[in-house]
Structure formats: C-alpha cells, structure tokens
Design a protein around this ligand. Structure first.
Ligand code: TYD
Length: 210
C-alpha cells in the first residue's frame, strides 16, 4: 500500500498468551474513540475461514504439524488484510484506525521458535510489503504470571499454553525485537504492572500518532 493511501493508523498488539493484550486493546480503543475517531478492533487468528480452521487446531479439536500451522497463520494474515468484506487494507484506506491483536511477530515468535525463522519470515513477506504497522506494542509478561491469568480466565488450555513453550516464545520475541527495532516501530511495555499503569505506558508511547 502506498503511504498516501493509508489514512488510518495501524497498531498491532503482541505478547505471550495471558499477557493482557485483549484488555489493553479495549482500553486503547476507548481512549481513541473519546477523541471522536473511528476504530476497528480485530485479531489473528482472524474470524475468516482460515482463522476459524486455525482455532480448531489451537483447541486440539484437529491436529497438524508446525510447518502446516505456520503456513496457515501466514495465509490467514493475508486474507485478513485483503478480504473485501472487512479487510484491514480497506479499513485503513477509509481512514479507520485498526487495532489488531497479534500480527506477523506472533508467527515469527510462535512458529519461528520450532520451525525455521527465516522460512516463517519469507512466508510473511507479502503481508509485510502490503502494510507496515505504525507501531507493534509488545506487552512483556513473565510466563508464570501469564499462565496464572490464563488459568483464572478459563478452564481449558490452548495448544501453546505451557510454561516451557511460553518461555521459549517470550525469548524469541525479545531476540526478534532486538533484531528488528531499526526496521519496525516496536514499543516494549512492562506488562507485570497493574492494568492502569500498563495502559498509561502504552498511551504515552502512541498518543502522538492520534
Ligand atoms: P490469543 O491472542 O491467545 O487468542 P485468544 O485470546 O483468543 O486465545 O492467540 C491465539 C493463539 O494463536 C496463541 O496461542 C498464539 C497463536 N498464534 C500463533 O501461534 N501464530 C500466529 O501467527 C498467530 C497470529 C497466533
């Protein structure tokens, strides 16, 4: 997308499962709405056909190897960007701000940790070339705290919700952020703090975009 065509802001929220992304997306969305601007809140896996398939793998209802999942996450991302019903591309073009729970850094951190990071990066090149997020907001939380939050929120655990996997994913996120910080705008937030402090830190980092 040519920059001139992109009128809305594109913010993506990243973190391990239980990092508090969903809560903070709602807080940030409400803050932006208060300024009289329009926001579209969305997530990956998306609500589209490939995203729905992925939810079946994540819940354990269906099984596939990690390479298959990596490719499906990348395919879901392109469909999420480009579909003509509610695609992110179209929303940004209309001047709507898009807040997305997870984007390609999730694919890098979750599947890059167990397949080949270079290969997962290549899978995401088309999405990366289509639209660059204005900011990736990484909410950093200790895996123990994150798993406590997951356990308090629901009875079952998804595919990746083990301490070993989440620790590995967090380490991969932190290494990637170090590697990509010159090419991408990435805000690292201490998510172990109380909810309102996390919100204030995020808003302080992105308010100049609005
Ligand atoms: P999550 O944000 O935890 O959704 P929910 O709150 O609905 O459970 O994301 C679902 C899972 O999808 C999470 O474990 C991470 C995983 N995931 C990947 O492994 N790769 C990806 O590219 C994406 C977008 C998500």
């Amino acid at each position: 997308m040519k920059n001139a065509e992109k009128k809305g802001r594109f913010l993506v929220f990243e973190g391990i499962d239980g990092s508090g992304k969903s809560t903070q997306i709602i807080n940030i969305k409400n803050r932006i709405l208060k300024q009289g601007e329009i926001c579209f809140q969305t997530c990956e896996p998306s609500g589209g056909p490939i995203g729905s398939l992925l939810r079946q793998y994540l819940s354990g209802r269906m099984k596939a190897d990690e390479h298959t999942l990596a490719a499906l996450f990348a395919a879901d991302r392109l469909d999420h960007l480009l579909n003509e019903t509610d695609g992110i591309y179209g929303q940004l073009k209309k001047g709507v701000h898009v807040l997305c729970d997870r984007y390609f850094l999730s694919n890098y951190a979750y599947q890059g940790a167990t397949t080949s990071l270079d290969w997962v990066m290549q899978l995401n090149e088309a999405a990366r070339k289509t639209i660059k997020p204005d900011c990736h907001i990484f909410i950093d939380v200790e895996p123990d705290i994150a798993l406590e939050r997951v356990a308090a929120g629901r009875a079952h655990r998804d595919l990746y919700e083990t301490k070993e996997r989440l620790s590995k994913v967090r380490d991969t996120y932190l290494a990637l952020i170090d590697q990509l910080k010159k090419e991408e705008c990435i805000l690292v937030i201490d998510g172990n703090q109380p909810e309102n402090r996390v919100f204030e830190d995020i808003w302080e980092g992105i308010s100049q975009l609005f």
